[in-house]
Each structure stands twice: as structure tokens, then as C-alpha cells.
Design a binder for this molecule. Structure first.
Ligand SMILES: *Cc1c(COP(=O)(O)O)cnc(C)c1O
Length: 410
């Protein structure tokens, strides 16, 4: 029978007594702890290892920000509080989550193209840095600052005149709803400074999910050049530069991990070469999925096993309502298989070809097509890897009324 390859399982996962283990715990124990399937499990040790790996290769002066939207689970945010330098939020809802974790507002910046007045007010009052997305947002921010008696802390998000090649989601270059076109940035910055905003520098985010080190290296060189050019036209010291990120993780067959060492080495050189121009500038990169994506696994249970026209279907209690991206319906054109495994038989050899589907009554609800798997039965657990980012919070949990998945940080 025709088969389709599965994405690569992150190398850190192994079997314990025949089952997949996460953070040293067998999946059956994790499901018992949570009390139900489906379940997201996030591993602290894998998040810690990833941040340590980054610190190891990046120049010490480049801080690491966590993009909260990748995984806003309260335990994940709290765990991140001691690991990373800053937090990037994209709504007042995320601001509340940061506040509940007790994270200092001075570490937080707020980007997003449609900030409402009440969101601007909450952020300005709290002293959060606004990554300003337009001239009219700047005007509203200044007016709100006046009315609450507080100078807004404002950086400008730049829509750069280049893009991140090979990026899964391009967010800069050409016509975009994000940021202010580069050539209009100096005038806006000067007027913000003249009108009493606290100038917090520039934010240049070019895109997401890139596995190509050369593309990231090229984009980072362009980011530093553009930041230098803009700050010379603005005529003020650049207090802060958020250099974006876009570091990807392997999801699909044939994907290979980003060469982080290569990116780190070039960043050392790029920063060194501009040591004088950047001597008063705080530098950071902002990452979401690279920090947490591979540290998360989505677990669901086989509730039915059936055959149709010669193909075997494992029907699970999970699905696209928790894992939209694995179903292929979140920003992909051609559906490819994520890394998926029978978690309760993790060290068994594949001996049949199956389709793993979710429980939703729609043909979109597919977790693995024509995958070679060890023979599984009703009651077995299925693992979908790379589920730590854009999983629970980026899926339509209300669709079809099954409700949200449990989430556990171990
Ligand atoms: C979504 C987003 C990120 C995080 O992207 P990842 O691919 O998860 O690293 C960072 N910055 C901004 C502005 C974003 O919108």
C-alpha cells in the first residue's frame, strides 16, 4: 500500500518500559495524573535545554524574549519568567496573563496591528513598551498618555524593505498590516520624541518558521543595517533594538534542524562589527516556537479502529480542535504529516499502514495520513509531537463541543 512519511520526532524523546516518556514520566502515568485525554504535556527540561543552547551560541548581549502567543499556558509563562529576559505580548489578554505570573512590566513589549484604546491605556498605565504599528496608533497612544498622565513608552515596529527568505509566514517586506514602512519611521520617531513619548527604539520582525540559517543570517544583517540607518536619520541614541527571530523547528518529513551554531557565530560578528554604533543599545531577539514547540506533545487515545475500502483508520478522541496545525489547516498549502507515533507502543516496529484521524465530523480532521505504525488498538495512546507552540491556544477548541484538552507542565 502507498505510504506517506511522518515528520521527524525530536531526538530528545525516548521509550521507558515500552512507552513514550516525557520529562522522565511514562505517558500512561501522565494521562493518569491529568485525569483525561486529550492532553498536552510540556517538558520543563526540554524548554530549559533549548534556552541554554541558545545562550550558549548567542552573543551575551543579545537578550531572549518569549513571544507569549506561542504558548500562553500560565505554568509555561511562569516557568519562562526565570529563563528569558523579556516577554512579547499581542493583546491585553496576554497582558493579564503576564500580570498573573507576576512578571515585571518593564520586561514586556506589546506588538499587534489592531490595539484598541482600552488595550493601549492598560499598557501605558502599566509601563509596558508599545511596539507602535502605525502613525494613527501613535497619535492615540500620545492622547491616552496625556489623559492618564503618563508618558507612553514607545518603540516603532518597522515594516522593513526586505523579507525573511524561506519563511513559513512572512511578516515584513512589501505591503503588510504590520509595522510602519521603513521610510516613514524617522519622521514618526522624531514626532513621538518631540511630543514627549519615552523613546524605546525599534522592532524589526521579518517572519516566522525558518530552518535556513543563511536566510536568518542575511535577514539579521539587514535588520542591523536598517536599524543603524534609521537611528542615524532619527538622530537619537537607539535605546533598544528587537531584532525579531523566526527560528524554525522541523515539523515535516525532510525538514532538518536550524544550524544554530552558524547563526550564533554570524551574530557575534555582526554585533562586534557595530560595537561602537550599538554601544548604548539593548539588543534582543524574540522567539516563540523555537523555545517551546518541540517541548510539547499532544496525547490522545484511540477510541475506534475501522476499515474503509481497504484502509485502516485509527479514530482518536483528539483532533484539529486542539491541534489545528497538525491537521494541515493552519497556514499550509499541501497537507504533510507531523511527527506522530503510537505513544503506548513507542519502541515497537511499524507493521501496518494507518490513517490517524480525530473525532470531529469533518474530513479536515486528520492527524496522520497513510502512516507506517505499530499495530494499535482501542485504548492505545497516540502522540503528536511539536505541539508545544500554536497548539492549544491556536486551535478552535469550541468546534463541535468536545471542549479543551488538559495541559500539564512536567
Ligand atoms: C508570532 C510572533 C513571534 C513569534 O514567532 P515564532 O515563529 O513563534 O518564533 C515573534 N514576534 C512577533 C511580532 C510575532 O508576531
Amino acid at each position: 500500500m502507498k505510504t506517506k512519511p511522518l515528520g521527524p520526532i525530536p531526538a530528545e524523546y525516548s521509550a521507558l518500559n515500552g512507552e513514550l516518556a516525557i520529562g522522565g514520566h511514562k505517558v500512561s502515568d501522565l494521562v493518569e495524573t491529568a485525569g483525561s485525554t486529550p492532553l498536552f504535556v510540556y517538558s520543563k527540561s526540554l524548554i530549559d535545554a533549548r534556552v541554554a543552547q541558545l545562550r550558549d551560541v548567542l552573543p551575551g548581549r543579545i537578550g531572549i524574549n518569549y513571544a507569549v502567543k506561542a504558548n500562553p499556558h500560565p505554568d509555561v509563562i511562569s516557568h519562562m519568567a526565570d529563563l528569558v529576559d523579556g516577554f512579547d505580548i499581542a493583546s491585553s489578554g496576554e497582558l493579564s496573563m503576564i500580570e498573573r505570573a507576576g512578571i515585571d512590566h518593564s520586561r514586556v513589549s506589546f506588538a499587534g496591528p489592531g490595539k484598541r484604546d482600552d488595550e493601549l491605556e492598560a499598557a501605558i498605565t502599566a509601563g509596558v513598551t508599545l511596539n507602535c504599528e502605525s502613525e494613527s496608533e501613535a497619535q492615540r497612544s500620545l492622547a491616552i498618555g496625556q489623559s492618564v498622565g503618563k508618558a507612553p513608552r514607545i518603540a516603532i515596529r518597522v515594516n522593513p524593505d526586505f523579507e525573511l527568505k524561506g519563511s513559513g509566514m512572512k511578516m515584513g517586506g512589501g505591503a503588510k498590516p504590520f509595522g510602519v514602512d521603513a521610510e516613514r519611521v524617522p519622521a514618526l520617531a522624531k514626532s513621538l520624541i518631540a511630543e514627549g513619548a519615552e523613546w524605546r527604539g525599534l522592532h524589526i520582525f521579518t517572519g516566522s518558521q525558518t530552518l535556513d540559517a543563511d536566510a536568518i543570517i542575511e535577514a539579521q544583517g539587514n535588520v542591523l543595517n536598517l536599524a543603524q540607518k534609521l537611528s542615524e536619520s532619527i538622530g537619537e541614541v537607539l535605546p533598544k533594538l528587537n531584532m525579531g527571530g523566526g527560528f524554525g523547528i522541523p515539523y515535516f518529513p525532510g525538514d532538518t534542524p536550524l544550524d544554530l551554531a552558524a547563526v550564533g557565530e554570524v551574530l557575534h560578528n555582526l554585533v562586534e562589527a557595530r560595537a561602537e554604533a550599538l554601544k548604548d543599545t539593548d539588543l534582543c531577539i524574540e522567539l516563540g516556537r523555537f523555545l517551546v514547540g518541540e517541548a510539547g506533545v499532544y496525547l490522545c487515545r484511540v477510541v475506534d479502529r475501522k476499515v474503509s475500502h481497504g484502509q485502516t483508520y485509527l479514530v482518536t478522541d483528539g483532533g484539529l480542535h486542539h491541534q489545528l496545525a497538525a491537521s494541515g489547516n493552519f497556514g499550509t498549502v499541501v497537507r504533510r504529516n507531523y511527527p506522530v507515533a503510537i505513544a503506548s507502543r513507542f519502541d515497537a516496529q511499524p507493521d501496518e499502514v494507518v490513517n490517524v484521524v480525530g473525532c470531529l465530523c469533518t474530513p479536515l480532521d486528520r492527524l496522520a495520513d497513510l502512516a507506517e505504525m505499530p499495530r494499535a488498538h482501542v485504548g492505545d495512546l497516540v502522540a503528536v509531537f511539536c505541539a508545544g507552540a500554536y497548539g492549544a491556544s491556536a486551535s478552535p477548541a469550541n468546534f463541535l463541543g468536545h471542549g479543551p484538552a488538559a495541559e500539564l507542565l512536567v
